[in-house]
Design a protein around this ligand. Structure first.
Ligand code: CIR
Length: 269
């Protein structure tokens, strides 16, 4: 079964971290409704949703993607680049340990899950203000023994690698070539976003569909012309917090789950 871990929107979201956007008023009640519709969309696409309660003291905690990266063999608990976000990992680790062996990043590494794009056994790690070279080394050590190839990718002008590029089907990426070089992804088919929609590269692939924001109709039409099936959601309020559709869930298959690990594997290195 496909599992989706989400977390309700924090009432503190008005104090979220912002890097590339100016602060704009967030309608909290609307953000909650939009998030509930997003969770419903995950269910409609076959996910069993584990929806964690809101964390009033952690403004950005709805963006669960940044706290972990889940692979078939293990889950990596991150050390988020923004200090205010580091406590978010505690409850995510407690949830994920039911499904995977855990590995934890340690200082000086910092990494946000939004910087990790996995395409088969290729793991691309964005080098951004949130994710550093020490993290790249640590995830390489966790993943290479399992046959993954980890490559650092330069990103400019946006928060995360997955603001600039995401996977929309088995061999196809949706990309903003202004923020990440297309040359970083040889052997993959690329669909470029519509130039008038720079934030349009973040799509959430669930099986043979993508969950996709209503805000980018020109890019949506490009996806549909390429045969990609789109389920639309309105995430206008979370977008003001620099969030998009991948950020609000951790998706994985529990048929690949391992038995609960012994305590020693949970210790930070
Ligand atoms: C932050 O700056 O950390 C949040 N306001 C937005 C995080 C969005 N996460 C993501 O794209 N993976």
């Amino acid at each position: 079964m496909r599992i989706a871990i989400t977390r309700k929107v924090s009432p503190g979201i008005v104090n979220c971290e912002l890097t590339h956007l100016a602060r704009a008023p967030i309608d909290f009640a609307l953000a909650e409704r939009q998030h509930a519709a997003y969770e419903q969309s995950l269910r409609q696409l076959g996910c069993a949703v584990t929806s964690l309660p809101a964390e009033p003291d952690l403004p950005d905690s709805v963006f669960v993607e940044d706290a972990a990266v889940v692979f078939a063999e293990l889950a990596i608990i991150t050390r988020p680049g923004a200090e205010s976000r580091r406590p978010e990992t505690t409850s995510i680790a407690a949830t994920l340990r039911r499904f995977r062996e855990l590995r934890c990043l340690a200082a000086p590494a910092t990494l946000d899950g939004g910087d990790v794009l996995c395409v088969g056994s290729n793991v691309y790690a964005g080098q951004t203000s949130r994710t550093n070279a020490a993290a790249l080394e640590q995830i390489r050590a966790f993943l290479e023994p399992h046959g993954y190839r980890v490559t650092g990718v330069a990103v400019h002008g946006c928060l995360h690698l997955k603001s600039a590029v995401t996977q929309v089907n088995g061999d196809t990426l949706l990309i903003n070539p202004g923020w990440v070089s297309a040359a970083a992804f040889p052997n993959l088919r690329l669909i470029e976003i519509a130039p008038a929609e720079p934030y349009a590269a973040n799509a959430l692939r669930i099986g043979d569909r993508v969950i996709y924001p209503t805000a980018f109709p020109e890019t949506r039409a490009r996806l549909q012309r390429e045969g990609i099936r789109v389920a639309e959601v309105d995430v206008s309020e979370l977008a003001k917090a620099e969030g998009a559709v991948t950020c609000c869930s951790l998706i994985f298959d529990d048929s690949e789950a391992v038995t609960k690990p012994p305590e020693r594997q949970l210790t930070r290195p």
